[in-house]
Design a binder for this molecule. Sequence first.
Ligand code: ATP
Length: 339
Amino acid sequence: MEHSLIVTHGEEIIFTSNEHWLHPLFELEDFLKEKNIPSSELLVNDKIAGKAAACLMVRLGVTRCHVELLSERAIPVFKAHEVDFSYDSLVEQIQCRTEDLITDSMSIDDAYLFLRKRAGRVQGLPVKIENLTVDIGRKNILENLSLELGRGEQLVIHGANGTGKTTLLRTLLGFLQPVQGTIRVGDIMVGSNEWRHNRSMIGYVHQENVKNTFPISAEEVVAIGLSERKLSSKELNYRVELAMRRTGCFHLAKQSYHRLSGGEKQRVSLARCLSQNARVLLFDEPTSFLDSGGKEDLLQLLSELSSTEAPTMILVSHETAWLDQLNWPRKELKGGQLC
Ligand SMILES: Nc1ncnc2c1ncn2[C@@H]1O[C@H](COP(=O)(O)OP(=O)(O)OP(=O)(O)O)[C@@H](O)[C@H]1O
């Protein structure tokens, strides 16, 4: 069978794919990540490439490619990013609707995220909250609140202390029972039996106020995120290490979780959510214990997450200066409602 994509490293063929459309390039991305191979040393031979494929190759860091049938629309993308390209035949455009949808105003990162969504490679699930009312004791905290987020979308919720931000997240997690209203994550209703079996789809990075002395190491906390899966100990250790390295806390793996600082605990907590491949991530005041370096790291990780796995993310905070840097859509929680 003829391959649609052949990738060589020096003389050696290291990757082939027979898939169609942009899937071979996404498969290549996974392959390179897994093997930790730098894309700049590769020669990518593609059968057909248009503007979308060119954007993806640039995002993957490809510097040399040969395309059998190349769309003229790919050329400015290659030239702007100094990709050394050649081709057998050139056509004005290829018959692929995706090529029309990548506009000139899109950055490579925007195009990449758009293409991931189009290829169904977004981890996030939609979240739909309808007419939610939550009381704590006799006090009404949330009043007829509705919210809809698409797959892989992000939202920042800000608001003064005590307005109910944590209450909203805890209700999303099913910890609090609403007086009225429904919450759906994907097709699953929070509180239903199906939800009980799929709780790990939601990850919660929260403020840790409780002093607990239960002896548990940081890596064991991360492994909790994987406890529902039947993994070999090798696979489990690999996933725990990967997640802890991503959030910069692998050096704390063997330390007692309860002796960690607030910022360190937050990194461990985020690693737990990453290891469980949570499809919706909820962050409650994630910067509260972080110093400026920690905040920078978190910003970088959030922007990386939103353009790679793209879980659906909701972050609540009252720290407005930091929120400005996080260029996500925002809503304010006020009087029990989002506005
Ligand atoms: N267990 C509880 N018992 C009684 N009242 C509670 C309880 N939990 C929360 N509340 C009250 O519910 C209201 C909303 O609290 P919540 O923690 O959701 O606010 P928040 O917006 O997250 O505040 P902050 O910004 O300070 O974290 C507050 O008035 C709080 O005192």
